[in-house]
Design a protein around this ligand. Structure first.
Ligand SMILES: *Cc1c(COP(=O)(O)O)cnc(C)c1O
Length: 456
């Protein structure tokens, strides 16, 4: 098949040859050739931002995904390289002052944390509302928000091959242990699942679980093959490795072992789904990225794609349409378009809900039914995943039509509801009920759930 054609990198190397993983962070960002060519002011601005928000990018992304001729407008450049606008001017200036004064590390850290704490580091009740209890104790490294699906954060998977500038889990990458949901207790996970037969889906997430060695992943996955976990039908793995390090599935030393592990899960009767994070068609452009997709599909695992709509990266219906068409061609199933969350660098990336819907609609109109499996734009908010279904007028009032795709109470799912149209709203908490109503239908119920969980 496609393997009879030698796959080559732009430098003429065979993509099947092992490649060294080389990464740049805040400490050595000056050594990135593309950045060395920039003005001193631009480099200083990057450094300021990279001392507040996480920064990490690898050599494959720099050399093969970013089109430096288009920088700073290139989407992959925006996706990985810090920009001044990612911080509010007062935050930017506060950090710039400290760096200009050559303050010591302790002071830089103190100021960094002051700023970070003003950037809503734990959105959507992740700390207080989603962590489940088992035998009277909170289970570290897990979230269980929606009945069917448990999220698990394996401790060795809490970094990524590169960091996205807009990441909503950014806070755990700047070093606060409390913000890490990590768990290395496979046993606790398995006990929890065994006693929760309502759970059909287990989602490994991070960070990126695909940074883990195959033997570490196997430690979590092999127990799932036991008969008493038959109710866990689906194993999902959230990952951006297909973009940031497709070599994980192609040329890394344990790439073949990883593929065999996925194959064994499939053969045991599980549905295995890679929830691949994609933001732009450019991510699908390299031979190694395509080879990785082909190999994963060969194991019987499915690949579904999801990612947020982002100003400066993909606020463009044509880009989404091209991405979804290309994904369908490669055998990937488009799944979600998200709204950028209310945390971190959101000021730089956010898109008003009304515009988000226009982009979604504009993209949908350009793809066949096989690309229209992507739902959205969807906000992962405290009460649930809320989709903007559209903007319309009812009896002279302009409204947003909304629905829950997922809810803390499953009974809310698929019930349409209405909010007053607001061209500037970027998140659920900016919306007011339409038609003069005081509350949305789910609000009292939501308050009750919160009170129960927080013991108040
Ligand atoms: C999105 C999400 C899920 C999965 O929801 P699906 O609609 O089944 O993909 C599970 N848990 C949390 C916390 C989520 O945000």
């Amino acid at each position: 098949m496609s393997q009879s054609i030698p796959l080559q990198t732009p430098k003429g190397e065979n993509v099947l040859e092992p490649r060294r993983f080389q990464v740049f962070t805040t400490r050595n960002m000056d050594q990135i050739p593309g950045i060395q060519r920039m003005s001193e002011d631009a480099r200083f601005a990057m450094k300021v931002v990279a001392n507040v928000l996480p920064f990490r990018v690898n050599e494959y992304v720099l050399n093969e995904l970013i089109n430096w001729e288009q920088a700073p407008d290139d989407p992959i450049y925006q996706l990985t390289i810090p920009q001044q606008g990612m911080l509010a001017p007062e935050h930017f200036n506060r950090m710039a002052d400290v760096l200009r004064r050559d303050a010591d590390r302790a002071e830089i850290q103190r100021v960094a944390w002051e700023i970070r704490n003003e950037l809503n580091p734990h959105p959507a009740g992740q700390m207080d509302l989603n962590v489940p209890e088992f035998e009277g104790e909170k289970v570290e490294g897990m979230q269980h928000k929606y009945r069917e699906t448990v999220l698990f954060f394996p401790s060795q998977g809490q970094v990524c091959h590169s960091y996205c500038t807009f990441c909503f889990r950014w806070a755990q990458f700047v070093g606060d242990k409390e913000l890490r949901f990590a768990s290395n207790e496979a046993d606790r996970l398995i006990d929890y699942l065994r006693s929760h037969t309502e759970v059909s889906d287990l989602l490994f997430t991070g960070g990126d679980p695909m940074v883990m060695k195959t033997k570490n992943l196997a430690q979590y996955m092999e127990p799932l093959l036991e008969a008493d976990l038959d109710h866990v039908q689906t194993v999902r793995i959230g990952t951006k490795a297909l973009t940031f390090w497709p070599q994980r599935f192609v040329s890394d030393k344990d790439a073949d072992d990883l593929l065999r592990l996925l194959e064994r899960l499939v053969e045991s009767g599980k549905h295995v789904a890679l929830m691949a994070h994609y933001n732009h068609p450019q991510e699908l452009s390299t031979d190694v990225a395509r080879e990785a997709i082909r190999r994963i599909r060969d194991t019987g695992a499915q690949i579904r794609s999801q990612g947020p709509l982002l100003n400066h990266i993909n606020k463009d219906a044509d880009a989404w349409a091209r991405m979804w068409r290309e994904q369908v061609r490669l055998g990937i199933i488009p799944y979600y378009m998200f709204v950028e969350r209310d945390t971190g660098a959101r000021r730089y990336f956010e898109v008003p809900l009304a515009q988000a819907w226009e982009v979604y609609r504009g993209a949908m109109q350009q793809v066949s039914g096989l690309g229209r499996t992507a739902r959205g734009p969807s906000m992962s908010a405290d009460p649930g995943k809320v989709e903007i279904q559209g903007v319309t007028e009812i009896h002279g009032e302009k409204v947003f039509v909304l629905r829950f795709i997922q809810g803390r109470n499953p009974d809310w799912v698929q019930r349409p509801f209405f909010a007053k149209y607001d061209p500037e709203a970027t998140w659920l908490n900016h919306l007011k009920p339409a038609f003069g109503e005081e509350k949305f239908f789910w609000e009292d119920d939501y308050q009750r759930i919160v009170a129960e969980k927080t013991g108040g």
